[in-house]
Design a protein around this ligand. Structure first.
Ligand code: TXA
Ligand code: MG
Length: 373
């Protein structure tokens, strides 16, 4: 059955409504017919349908990257603005030349070092890539994921798979199959559930269309790691200074302009000595609870005992950025489930993943990060 808009129209605004469909949820951990499932998923994608699948970063919502109808279905299923371009996922370097114009050796150097893995490169696109996939841009974002299910699926489909994160637009990205089902069950043909992902934050994006590489979204492949391969690399102003977006700066990755990765409750973060931060959060959460509000607190393992009110959730040890990255979205979604009204958090600024972690936190909190003395 094809996903998409039917001839049914909503009575209120006369928009076309998305047809509800039966989604096949394949639990890959429990299945011995792995190959059969992957074949079936590949066939669905080849025929224009949508399949959600795990990658090492977050789950993706995949469709045929060269088929404008498939990208339209992706935008519809996510409720995503159509000017926000999709990343094409490949499983073999030989696919790259068909999709993008490669006129220098930087792409090869980065691919050698970081692919398969959590790095996306923005390149000038070839005509075969439809503008419906690239949000009208003449450039295309491409990555080769390292997750085996993702690689097998792309191979089985036999084409580049366009895949944004498999969440409803604006919600935190899903890091396990259960969260994908929450957002997309009934809207797409198939969900491949392989449990929890490894990294928990989306890929780093580097724009190679200019003479200096520019990081458009920080991830597990850091600026320093890219500089080791390519030399001097810049960071887009939207990432360096998140307040620039409020002031009117247009991020080079269109998706970075949205209040993304956001829980339903208002999130505020506090930077300072652990005791001072805890005092401030205790003061605010005690006031909130007096007003009958439900409070969630995101704490490090080291500081958790300093909090006196609210539902305190430990994101990980301050010394373990990988653990913090992996738990971040799941904690935000958990607070949505518990319907908290306010979330207060410490900042997490240590380790290799700190830039990526704080970039997502800054978006989730609409950059509400306060220094406490
Ligand atoms: O880790 C990831 O990258 C995950 C997994 C599924 O691969 N995908 C992901 O896709 O995060 P999405 O659609 O949620 O985020 C893609 C980001 C958006 O901010 C989008 O604006 C940007 O990439 N992007 C895509 N194509 C672009 C282009 N041609 N130029 C600039 N930015 C682009
Ligand atoms: Mg996303």
């Amino acid at each position: 059955m094809a996903v998409g808009t039917g001839n049914i129209r909503c009575l209120e605004c006369y928009c076309q409504v998305l047809l509800i469909m039966k989604t096949i949820v394949a639990n890959l951990k429990e299945q011995d017919d792995y190959n059969k499932i992957i074949e079936e998923a590949g066939r669905i994608i080849r025929e224009g349908g949508l399949v959600a699948f795990p990658t090492e970063t977050v789950y993706g919502l995949g469709g045929d990257g060269l088929n404008p109808d498939a990208s339209r279905k992706i935008y519809a299923a996510k409720g995503r603005p159509s000017d926000n371009p999709l990343i094409l996922h490949i499983c073999d370097l030989s696919q790259l030349n068909d999709l993008a114009i490669i006129d220098d050796d930087r792409v090869g150097k980065l691919a050698d070092k970081f692919w398969p893995g959590p790095l996306t490169m923005v390149l000038n696109k070839k005509a075969i890539v439809p503008e419906s996939t690239t949000g009208g841009l003449k450039t295309v974002a491409i990555r080769m994921p390292s997750n085996q299910v993702a690689l097998d699926l792309i191979k089985a489909a036999g084409l580049p798979i366009a895949a944004p994160s498999a969440n409803i637009s604006g919600r935190p990205s899903p890091t396990n199959g259960k969260r994908v089902c929450e957002d997309l069950d009934g809207k797409i043909e198939m969900i491949l559930d392989a449990g929890s992902v490894d990294i928990g934050l989306e890929s780093s994006i580097v724009d190679l269309t200019g003479s200096t590489p520019v990081i458009l979204r920080p991830g597990a492949i850091t600026k320093e790691m890219i500089e080791e391969v390519l030399g001097s690399t810049e960071v887009d102003l939207a990432v360096k200074d998140p307040s620039s977006v409020k002031a009117g700066y247009k991020p080079k990755a269109p998706g970075m302009k949205y209040r993304h990765y956001a829980p339903k409750a208002e999130l505020k973060m506090f930077r300072g000595k652990p005791e001072a931060v805890a005092n401030k959060i205790n003061e605010l959460s005690s006031e909130d609870e007096r007003k009958g509000l439900k409070v969630g607190i995101i704490a490090s393992a080291e500081s958790k005992d300093l909090y006196k009110y609210g539902d305190v959730v430990v994101i990980g040890s301050k010394n373990n950025d990988a653990e913090i990255a992996k738990n971040l979205y799941e904690i935000l979604r958990g607070f949505d489930d518990k319907r908290v009204d306010r979330i207060y958090s410490e900042v997490f600024e240590d380790g290799k993943l700190a830039k990526a972690i704080m970039n997502r936190f800054s978006k989730a909190s609409a950059n509400n990060i306060f220094d406490i003395r």
